[in-house]
Design a protein around this ligand. Structure first.
Ligand code: NBP
Length: 486
């Protein structure tokens, strides 16, 4: 039997696990490392972990015996069956009040299920989003834990110590019950899809309508990064655009990369959740679909030879002003995307009975993760000022920001349409904004159509809650339907 020397055990010695362990070690915690393929533990101790306080385990039993009480075991393994497999092995080895933490990219419904199952066994379960990739894991990720809140005091000192900091505040806080942490991480990843697509649309316009060189485009992104768009993704886009593998290369690396993108992960889940919760998270949805369209490379190549667009894709006008218009279109669209992401979290919280702190979520995303940006500081301020804020667009700061950008945004979307350059994220964001600010939308006609062809009834504007059916043609009956839906 070993001495209980370790503060926490970490299972999973791939890129995330190894780096989180080293990060915990840097902050003075003793970590016990374990992995399904046990030989990797020895290798890790003899190499990356050499000279540290990290200990290893030869079996799950050995690992558990090395842990101080309450035992804290963190999993950083492939999401899905591997998590369930380890939970099943851990349950008989742990005692009441011990804590299992899943730090992988699990689906939030799986975390809901595991929380319920482990509560019945007296164990505490935490599903935690971890963002920031390899470097974040090593030097300070954004961490979004949720699940059994009784576990939080026991993991808070470790998690907040290893997380990214912004103005000395940790980018890690308790998110909420059950799968709330993984849900918030999922929305983070969806927003990441949106932010990336917005950069792509700006690049497309600069390249095809303005014929800008790569150095010019890179310079524009560098300038943007000094202002309100200051963010990790704008920064790396600037670096990518000017990157050549060798100084002597005639072509930039980005132009040699195939123009197709996958969409298997959490961006897709966010869009699916948006449909499930009935929230118009249109920018993330369009970003997922833009990736789907990109992957139809062969069809696009064939269509490009057959389908015509406008006679020119070249912008004629004030180029400098158009670049500024693109910047403003990107900023306004980004505001809409985040507003939509928070709408989705609010609706999920309502339906799942979670109490989410939106200001704290903005702070968690402020540093350490892929969507980190100055802008998230403004979002945090909005929710700090008014925790009950229904929609970011209604906050004074963002209301004014959109007002300042609005004309440019409309110029860019209309110019792109006239030049035949696709800007699905810019335009869906504008359509959402215009829809959201309309007290009256044409859905009255939809109600009328449904009643006309299917006797579905319609609700009266002047009398909410009152539904009635009209015999529109004089041929139908007066019986209404409650079955067929269109
Ligand atoms: P991977 O997702 O590649 O997973 C590798 C680990 O899972 C290894 O320890 C492996 O053990 C173990 N594993 C596998 Br694969 N199948 C298993 C099974 N059936 N039973 C038990 N263990 C199994 O590692 P990662 O990239 O470090 O990511 C870890 C988690 O963090 C994932 O959920 C990932 O989605 C998430 N995440 C990753 C990043 C990133 O940038 N990579 C960022 C944020 C979150 P073995 O060594 O024996 O094969």
């Amino acid at each position: 039997m070993s001495e209980p020397v370790a503060d926490i055990a970490l299972i999973g010695l791939a890129v995330m696990g190894q780096n989180i362990i080293l990060n915990m070690n840097d902050h003075g915690f003793v970590v016990c490392a374990f992995n399904r393929t046990v030989e990797k533990v020895e290798h890790f101790l003899a190499n990356e972990a050499k000279g540290t306080k990290i200990v290893g385990a030869t079996s799950m039993e050995d690992m558990v015996s090395k842990l101080k009480s309450p035992r804290r075991v963190m999993l950083l393994v492939k999401a899905g069956a591997a998590v369930d497999a380890f939970i099943d092995k851990l349950v008989p080895l742990l005692s009441k009040g011990d804590i299992i933490i899943d730090g992988g990219n699990s689906e939030y419904q799986d975390t809901n299920r595991r929380c319920k199952a482990l509560a019945n066994k007296g164990l505490l379960y935490v599903g935690s989003g971890v963002s920031g990739g390899e470097e974040g894991a090593r030097y300070g990720p954004s961490i979004m834990p949720g699940g059994h809140s009784e576990a939080w005091p026991h993991i808070k000192p470790i998690f907040q110590a290893i997380s990214a900091k912004v103005n000395d505040e940790p980018c890690c806080d308790w998110v909420g019950d059950e799968g709330a942490g993984h849900f918030v991480k999922m929305v983070h990843n969806g927003i990441e899809y949106g932010d990336m697509q917005l950069c792509c649309e700006a690049y497309h316009l600069m390249k095809d309508s303005l014929d800008m060189t790569h150095d010019e485009m890179s310079q524009v992104f560098t300038e943007w990064n000094k202002g309100e768009l200051d963010s990790f993704l704008i920064e790396i886009t600037s670096e990518i655009l000017k990157f050549k593998e060798k100084e002597t290369d005639s072509e930039y690396l980005v132009e040699r990369i195939k123009d197709t993108a996958g969409q298997k992960g959490t961006g897709k889940w966010t869009a699916i959740s948006a449909l499930e919760y009935g929230m118009p998270v249109t920018l993330i949805g369009e970003s997922v679909f833009a990736r789907c369209l990109s992957s139809l490379k062969d069809e696009r190549v064939a269509a490009s030879k057959v389908l015509d667009g406008p006679s020119t894709s070249k912008f004629k006008g004030d180029r400098k002003q158009f670049i500024e218009d693109i910047r403003k279109a990107l900023y306004a669209s980004k505001i809409v995307s985040y507003a939509q992401g928070f709408m989705l979290m609010r609706q999920a919280a309502k339906e799942l009975n979670w109490s989410l702190n939106y200001g704290a979520i903005a702070l968690m995303w402020r540093g350490g993760c892929i969507i980190r940006s100055r802008f998230l500081g403004n979002i945090r301020e909005a929710f700090t000022k008014n925790p009950e804020l229904k929609n970011l667009l209604m906050d004074d700061f963002f209301k004014k920001a959109i007002l300042d950008c609005q004309h440019s945004w409309r110029v860019v979307v209309s110019q792109a349409a006239m030049l035949g350059i696709p800007v699905p994220a810019f335009s869906t964001a504008l359509a959402f904004y215009d829809g959201y600010r309309h007290a009256m939308l044409p859905a009255n006609l939809i109600q009328a159509q449904r009643d006309y062809f299917g006797a579905h009834t319609y609700e009266l504007l002047a009398n909410p809650g009152t539904f009635q059916h009209t015999n529109w043609t004089g041929r139908g009956g007066n019986v209404s339907s409650s079955t067929y839906d269109a």
